[in-house]
Ligand binder design. Structure first.
Ligand SMILES: [Zn+2]
Length: 169
């Protein structure tokens, strides 16, 4: 059993703390739902920092490999995970204000999350990994097993099935 780390996110950023570790995909239930199998280990790093404007953030990196399901032939598809992003830490009031901005068409370079004093690091990483994955992964033409047109046509439906599944959560 792997320890599930929690951090006090603002304190973590303020003090430039750092954690890193391994993330077996088998421990990420929401990710598992869209994977072809439970094999694969991702490596993560989370570095806290404060930018020049005084915004606290977490610099998040995830690398590794997982097995997605090709939406054309439904066979496994090796997918390299290379994720590097910043998550800005905000209190609830500024997150709400931000939602209004986004509705008004303003986009920010980085995503913002709630500055939680008890942030579940694996949940946060899982969310970011899910967001980074292609919605309808497919093999390169030629590498794909779905050769006949009838199959390809029938299985075109599956990306939507995957989407519907994601939306229910
Ligand atoms: Zn395929």
């Amino acid at each position: 059993m792997y320890a599930r780390p929690f951090i006090d996110s603002l304190d973590f950023a303020q003090n430039g703390k750092h954690i890193s570790g391994e993330l077996p995909v088998a421990d990420l239930p929401r990710l598992l739902e869209i994977l072809e199998n439970t094999q694969g280990v991702l490596h993560y790093t989370v570095q806290g920092a404060v930018d020049k404007q005084g915004t606290h953030f977490l610099a998040v990196g995830v690398v590794g490999q997982c097995r997605l399901r090709c939406q054309r032939c439904l066979n496994g598809l090796d997918y390299p995970v290379r994720l590097e992003t910043r998550l800005l830490l905000r209190d609830q009031a500024s997150l709400d204000a931000l939602d209004d901005d986004v509705a008004g068409g303003k986009e920010e370079e980085f995503d913002s999350i709630l500055a939680d004093t008890h942030l579940n690091v694996l949940d946060m990483l899982e969310e970011e990994i899910l967001l980074s994955l292609p919605i309808a992964p497919k093999h390169e033409l030629g590498a794909c097993q779905a050769t006949d047109g009838e199959n390809a046509h029938r299985e075109e439906k599956s990306p939507f099935a995957v989407l519907a599944k994601l939306k229910r959560n």
